[in-house]
Design a protein around this ligand. Structure first.
Ligand code: GZL
Length: 317
């Protein structure tokens, strides 16, 4: 075969690949590493990019919106092919998302949403955050079965869509149950350290004997709170019931020890559906729906939490 026709054949074979992710560069503005779940999301995103031959430019914002905005501007200046954004808070994105749109760079939101025109992003890959809170609330309502129960609540990062929606959902879940009352509610910023500090203040203010349950917007704050409950001489999981969200390995370890009671699973693989949407778009311009919803599953003491812990440990947490 002549060299020219060989080159042509080679080019033709390679050409369809360029429609996929194999020669693309994607910028990822990640919030930080405030929780075990977030660290797993970062690991899985890097694995997904590598598996698809995508060059990933990673920017850790240390939980600061201004750093995310700077990172997005940097990605636009570099002319990346797409941007993944896990938005730390829900507001303040319009201007920078407009700039990405001007540059015709698609933006996909991961695990949190923004209060902005839907035309400013290609899609959002998230769980149903309200539903997660509702599942947690309904579980607690069934668990206490009519007994009076003072609840303390550790909220996620103030102004973030999970903090807003998980609070709303939990209140929907316990609606109509006059025996259930949220007596304290404060942000623990999704971290173990803050979860412990704020739980200590709840225990001091209310007295452990007057707290029946903790609802934490993520497992990491619940794990911090478990430490505070133990140091106060109470038994987490029995004196104070504990329900949270994420299903990270350590909450299953706590559940296996009877020190936590329920968690609602959040997959750390938001990037898989995001890259699928981008590959379809790059191939033939197909656009995804504006919301790609991930599943939420409730785990309780009825599950084999030791086995779940072992299996999750290998998933990038
Ligand atoms: C929820 C996600 C939350 C996790 C936390 O979609 O944004 O952020 O539940 C993380 O663990 O900090």
């Amino acid at each position: 075969m002549k060299l020219r026709s060989l080159l042509l054949a080679t080019t033709i074979i390679l050409a369809p690949l360029s429609a996929n992710a194999a020669d693309k560069t994607v910028g990822f503005s990640q919030i930080g590493s405030e929780s075990g779940w977030r660290a797993a999301e970062t690991t899985v995103t890097k694995q997904q990019a590598e598996a698809r031959g995508v060059t990933l430019k990673f920017a850790d914002a240390q939980q600061k919106q201004e750093n995310q905005i700077k990172a997005i501007r940097g990605f636009v200046a570099q002319g990346v092919d797409a941007i993944l954004l896990a938005p730390v808070v829900a507001t303040g994105w319009d201007e920078v998302l407009e700039e990405a749109k001007e540059a015709e760079i698609p933006v996909i939101l991961l695990d949190r949403t923004v209060d902005a025109e839907k035309s400013l992003y290609m899609t959002a890959v998230t769980s149903d955050l309200v539903h997660e809170g509702e599942v947690a609330g309904k579980w607690l309502k069934d668990e206490v079965a009519g007994k009076d129960c003072n609840i303390v609540e550790l909220q996620g990062t103030t102004g973030s869509s999970p903090a807003i929606d998980r609070k709303k959902g939990f209140e929907q879940g316990i609606a109509g149950a006059d025996n259930l009352k949220i007596v304290r509610s404060q942000t623990g910023d999704f971290t173990r350290a803050q979860g412990k500090v704020v739980m200590e203040s709840f225990l001091k203010a209310e007295g452990a004997e007057n707290i029946c349950a903790l609802y934490a917007h993520n497992d990491d704050m619940a794990v911090g709170a478990i430490q505070a409950i133990k140091e106060a001489g109470a038994k987490p999981g029995t004196d104070i019931l504990i329900v949270s969200i994420d299903s990270v390995p350590d909450i299953h370890l706590a559940m296996d020890a009877g020190e936590a009671n329920a968690t609602v699973e959040l997959t750390p693989n938001m990037a898989g559906p995001a890259f699928d949407a981008l590959e379809a778009y790059w191939k033939d311009g197909t656009l995804p729906a504006k919301w790609v919803q991930t599943e939420s599953k409730l785990y309780t003491l009825k599950d084999d939490n030791k086995a779940i812990y072992e299996s999750k440990k290998s998933l990038g947490y």
